[in-house]
Design a protein around this ligand. Structure first.
Ligand SMILES: Nc1ncnc2c1ncn2[C@@H]1O[C@H](COP(=O)(O)OP(=O)(O)OP(=O)(O)O)[C@@H](O)[C@H]1O
Ligand SMILES: [Mg+2]
Length: 399
């Protein structure tokens, strides 16, 4: 069982690459489902399918070829399936606060509900072992990061806050009912969340198991796109989710001779080499810009060949961590494997919200988590058993 997640900035080619990967694994004989986690679904468009067929299916998987299913979640169906009590309580709360009913129902679809619904499916598919490969076409970076943070955040919420809230609600409900119209959630609301949590259990282990889940970063050789991808890479490291491949998509082919593209070609060459610095040691697969947009089975298949050549997409292309974060004595510690380096050869400094690490011709940029930015004036580094350890923040000497 493999879960392959495609993450990247808006418009870089995530859906096309996810479709190409899924089609290829299906053709190789793996029972494959491609699931779209983006509210603005366009998976079926890329496969050039009739939208009516998808709508009829109400967000359930649709078989589109031998061994291949696609699924575009329908949040309104998911509200009925999984969020009934939570949604009706939130709608009631909003309409009592003065919003008209239609708007209240719409606003009660909270950020995160779609992602939790997707996690419920992934969890049940992995447990049932029905598919060999689950390909996830993610929403643009920000939401994708929220998706991977949900199991950790929910675990914390349920353990630390949930029972407290549930007990407070039980206690204050009769009192509040006498003095105000503002509704306090009924116990069925808490039971709904509890049931969701039970169904979600195990999903964090799926996402953080590198033998099962691999994130593939899709990006383009341009400055802004690469910067955003690098931030996503940092968050994935923070959440200990394995990135096994970077797909550098839409590179201008060298045979283009038109002078108009000269500067673009230089930019692409520059940022292709920068991408190697940024993501080392993760392998990078480069894909040229096609002559037209990727639409329909034949084009998707050609894209799959361009990405993977003769390799099997279920292969684990890299296992390990480019760097690791941890907390030690109030400091953020960043640990990087540098087997043959001496401390004196290594240069570490901060540029904006990134750490830059230099060792001869080797250079690596590591974006810092927001929580570390305030204190990163104070920095120490040391080498230990082949690892460079950088300490950021913590107490100043004599403090
Ligand atoms: N290698 C390529 N050559 C030519 N066109 C490409 C290539 N990769 C993607 N495209 C085209 O780029 C456009 C955006 O691709 P796609 O929808 O896959 O990106 P996305 O990252 O999923 O976007 P969104 O963030 O909007 O979901 C599409 O028109 C697609 O056909
Ligand atoms: Mg997309």
């Amino acid at each position: 069982m493999r879960v392959l997640m495609f993450i990247g900035k808006g418009g870089v080619g995530k859906t096309s690459v996810a479709a190409a990967t899924g089609l290829r694994t299906a053709r190789l004989g793996y029972k494959t489902i491609i699931m779209s986690l983006d509210i603005a679904h366009n998976l079926s468009d890329i496969f050039d399918l009739d939208k009516g067929l998808m709508d009829l299916n109400k967000g359930k998987p649709v078989k589109i070829a031998e061994n291949l299913w696609i699924q575009e979640l329908d949040i309104h169906q998911e509200l009925q399936r999984n969020w009934k009590e939570v949604h009706s309580y939130l709608s009631l709360l909003l309409s009592t606060s003065g919003f008209d009913n239609v708007l209240a129902e719409e606003l009660a679809i909270l950020p995160g509900m779609e992602e939790v619904s997707a996690l419920l499916y992934i969890n049940s598919y992995v447990k049932a072992n029905y598919y060999d490969v689950i390909v996830l076409d993610c929403a643009p970076t920000g939401e994708a990061i929220r998706f991977i943070s949900i199991p950790t955040a929910l675990e914390w919420y349920i353990k630390k806050i949930f029972n407290l809230e549930r007990n407070i609600a039980k206690f204050v409900r009769p009192i509040v009912k006498r003095v105000t119209d503002i509704p306090i959630p009924e116990d069925s609301y808490f039971e709904n969340i509890n049931q969701l949590f039970i169904k979600l259990q195990g999903s964090d282990e799926i996402l953080s198991n590198p033998e099962i889940t691999s994130v593939r970063l899709v990006t383009n050789p341009e400055k802004i796109v690469l910067k955003e991808t690098l931030r996503a890479f940092m968050y994935l490291n923070l959440y200990k989710i394995n990135v096994d491949l970077v797909i550098l998509n839409r590179i201008l082919p060298l045979e283009i001779q038109d002078r108009f593209f000269d500067a673009w070609k230089e930019i692409h060459a520059l940022y292709t080499s920068k991408a190697r610095e940024y993501f080392d040691p993760i392998p990078i697969f480069s894909v040229d810009l096609f002559t037209k947009e990727i639409l329909g089975l034949e084009a998707i298949e050609r894209l799959g060949e361009a990405i993977y050549k003769d390799q099997d997409p279920t292969h684990l292309f890299y296992k390990g961590k480019a760097y690791e974060f941890s907390k030690e004595d109030g400091c953020l510690m960043i640990k990087i494997e540098l087997p043959f380096a001496q401390k004196e050869e290594v240069e570490v400094y901060r540029v904006g919200d990134e750490l830059v690490l230099k060792l001869g011709a080797f250079r690596r940029n590591i974006p810092l988590p927001r929580s570390a930015l305030a204190s990163c004036e104070r920095m120490k580094a040391r080498m230990q058993e082949g690892y460079l350890q950088i300490y950021v923040g913590g107490k100043e000497d004599g403090e």
